[in-house]
Write a protein that binds this ligand. Structure first.
Ligand code: SF4
Length: 221
């Protein structure tokens, strides 16, 4: 039987060869092979991770989409499912794991917490969405999202991959910046990409404080 899916560039194949030959574009075969064998990284952060485990189990079974190989090592994974609350204590580890994944890599933010902080948004210990630090491809809403919602998000990701073009893939460009600076956890979280802005704000605050103190000293005199 002729593989209709692969014979898309519109090239006529002689009838006697149609069972042996398939013609396709490099983009299609590249995207097809990646989108049908996504390997998620095996880690979870909070309650959403339970739904992720259920999605992998027999009732929902994301292995039907070639995703059953959940990898404990980021070096062998190409999808990061951020399933749960992203705390300030955890984000340095998440960024480090993301940096260790090879390109092309994708991120799915599962649930309200990973997408925007969820019920803990603006809590003292919580990041308002993992996309403040790493790029997110798919957001799955819900608290928690159902396994069906996660499956929908994963299928949407495969559709997104199928639209990619090798010639436009940024990870093949020479100037592509792969590493994201790992945030620093101190009294609060510092994103090294914001160093200049943080220094500027601190300088302004210091100057304002010095000015206040000199005014109050003059008043006392
Ligand atoms: S979105 Fe809801 S279920 Fe998911 S980690 Fe946050 S609180 Fe838990």
């Amino acid at each position: 039987m002729v593989n209709e899916g692969l014979n898309k560039p519109g090239v006529d194949i002689p009838e006697e060869m149609q069972n042996q030959v398939a013609i396709t574009t490099l983009d299609r075969i590249y995207n097809w092979s990646r989108s049908k064998s996504l390997w998620p990284m095996m880690f979870g952060l909070a309650c959403c991770a339970i739904e992720m485990m259920i999605t992998a189990s027999s009732r929902f079974d994301f292995s039907r989409f070639g995703m059953e190989v959940m990898r404990p090592s980021p070096r062998q994974a190409d999808v990061m499912l951020v399933s749960g609350t992203v705390t300030k204590k955890m984000i340095p580890q998440i960024v480090r794991l993301y940096n260790q994944m090879p390109e092309p890599r994708y991120v799915l933010a599962m649930g309200a917490c990973a997408s925007g902080g969820g019920p803990f948004k603006e809590g003292y210990n919580v990041v308002s969405g993992v996309d403040k630090f790493i790029p997110v491809d798919i957001y799955v809403p819900g608290c928690p999202p159902t396994p069906q919602a996660l499956l929908h998000g994963l299928i949407t990701l495969t559709k997104k991959i199928e639209t990619e073009k090798l010639s436009e893939a940024e990870w093949y460009r020479k100037d592509f910046e792969e590493e994201i600076p790992v945030p620093i956890l101190g009294p609060d979280l510092i994103d090294p990409r914001n160093f200049e802005r943080i220094k500027q704000v601190s300088r302004e605050q210091l100057e304002a404080k010095v000015l206040d103190e000199s005014i109050s000293t003059e008043d006392t005199l």
